[in-house]
Design a protein around this ligand. Structure first.
Ligand code: SF4
Ligand code: SF4
Length: 416
């Protein structure tokens, strides 16, 4: 929690109306300006790091970074929050019970660090989902986690070292596979590969890559994130690719900010900086490629749900809309508050179920007002949260990644 960072706040309040938790509560402490004041108080010794009020605010904040995107003083809010969470975890670790310590070790140092273990766990979850055994999770105190687990796909997208050649290639892309995407949304990776190849990029999917480390850093485990970052940097350096393509906004923002993990390590900081300069969201890449006009129609109304980590952290808002606009028959109907978080935010559903539910209902209401048949987005967390909210609302609107819709339109092309 650097003084240089929090002292940049001039308390203008311009960020307040962008903050989802402020909009819901209308209280100063549940907004960015209030949280920055709390962080400053803790850093300067006026408030205890583990005081209930501080812990609540560091947990209730979604890390959506909407405040950061509009701040005229350039307060790096995401960095302040992540530093605070890391300090809280460091302080609490020695007194955490054995079950908590084991759980954190299992999740952060094993599951997210080892893709084969993650796939094995996903296979177990899939088995439980298909046989109804997930209903027993509540017996073990895991009811909420089971309810919120993504529907695991019948097949996984593997980072298996494959290389797909484009005709008249203009470059080579490395596809970031991640952890949730390949087990719950393999069809998005498939669509991304086909679209990149259509746009003239060879695609490589190196086996040596891994989780981006975002889940770990949001949970106050920067050492785990650094280890994962080193692995991805080395995999990319060895891949011979020109660009590192990501189709999950949360992963993309993490990968673009790897240098922040290595501030005290000049050699890795430089490697991370070079790596991050090549990272692009798939919508940015496709928006910049020459796509041919052999594209079919999708006759429907679509609305676009901005993933926070694409809109606010990466500041990518126009490219996804331009891509949707290329699809004949598809009519974009903007929703109110498209850039306000849907309440997904990693494990926020588990840690802050009440606020997550309020934001989910707010989002569904805004979607319903558009009358759209399809909600397009670009992040797995948003896709799951919005789809669950729509189901609970009795809506049959479909949720899809922008790249899936684009790929479907190309697949639907029929020559005259
Ligand atoms: S917009 Fe920036 S400077 Fe203004 S109150 Fe918010 S964080 Fe502080
Ligand atoms: S990151 Fe999001 S939830 Fe947290 S203070 Fe900023 S706008 Fe509010």
């Amino acid at each position: 929690m650097s003084a240089v960072d929090y002292n940049r706040c001039i308390r203008c309040g311009l960020c307040l109306q962008t903050c989802p938790t402020y909009l819901e509560t209308m209280t100063e402490t549940s907004g960015p300006r209030g949280r920055i004041s709390l962080i400053k108080s803790v850093a300067e010794g006026g408030l205890d790091l583990t005081s209930p009020g501080f812990l609540h605010q560091m947990s209730e904040c979604l890390d959506c970074r909407a405040c950061e995107a509009v701040c005229p003083s350039g307060v790096p809010y995401g960095r302040l929050l992540e530093d605070a969470r890391a300090q809280i975890q460091e302080e609490r670790a020695p007194s955490q019970d054995a079950r908590t310590r084991f759980g954190r070790w299992l999740v952060f140092q094993q599951l997210f660090a080892k893709p084969s273990l993650f796939r094995a766990a996903a296979s177990l979850v899939r088995f439980a989902q298909r046989t109804g055994l997930d209903g027993l999770a509540s017996v073990f105190g895991l009811g909420d986690a089971a309810k919120l687990a993504p529907r695991i796909s019948s097949r996984f997208f593997l980072a298996d070292g494959r290389r797909i050649e484009a005709r008249d290639a203009v470059g080579t892309a490395f596809l970031h596979v991640g952890c949730i995407m390949p087990v719950a949304f393999p069809q998005v990776h498939d669509a991304a590969v086909r679209m990149l190849v259509r746009g003239g990029l060879n695609v490589v999917v190196p086996a040596a890559q891994g989780c981006c480390g975002a889940i770990a850093i949001h949970a106050g485990e920067p050492d785990v994130s650094r280890e994962l970052a080193r692995k991805n940097i080395v995999a990319f350096e060895d891949s011979g690719a020109d660009v590192y393509v990501v189709d999950a906004a949360g992963c993309g923002s993490m990968l673009k900010e790897y240098a922040d993990l290595f501030t005290g390590d000049p050699a890795w900081h430089e490697r991370a900086r070079r790596f991050s300069s090549r990272v692009r969201d798939v919508t940015e890449v496709l928006d910049g490629l020459e796509l041919d006009d052999r594209i079919g129609r999708i006759d429907a109304d679509v609305t676009y749900q901005e993933p926070c980590h694409l809109a606010h952290a990466q500041r990518v808002t126009a490219a996804p809309r331009r891509l949707l606009g290329k699809i004949p028959g598809l009519r974009l109907v903007e929703m109110n508050e498209s850039a306000v978080c849907c309440g997904s935010a990693g494990v926020y559903n588990l840690t802050q179920p009440d606020m997550a539910g309020r934001l989910q209902r707010r989002k569904v209401e805004n979607i319903r007002e558009t009358g759209a048949d399809i909600v397009a987005t670009a992040n797995p967390g948003c896709a799951m949260q919005v789809a669950a909210g729509l189901r609970a609302d009795g809506s049959d609107a479909r949720v899809a990644h922008v790249v899936e819709l684009l790929d479907e339109a190309y697949a639907a092309y029929q020559p005259l």
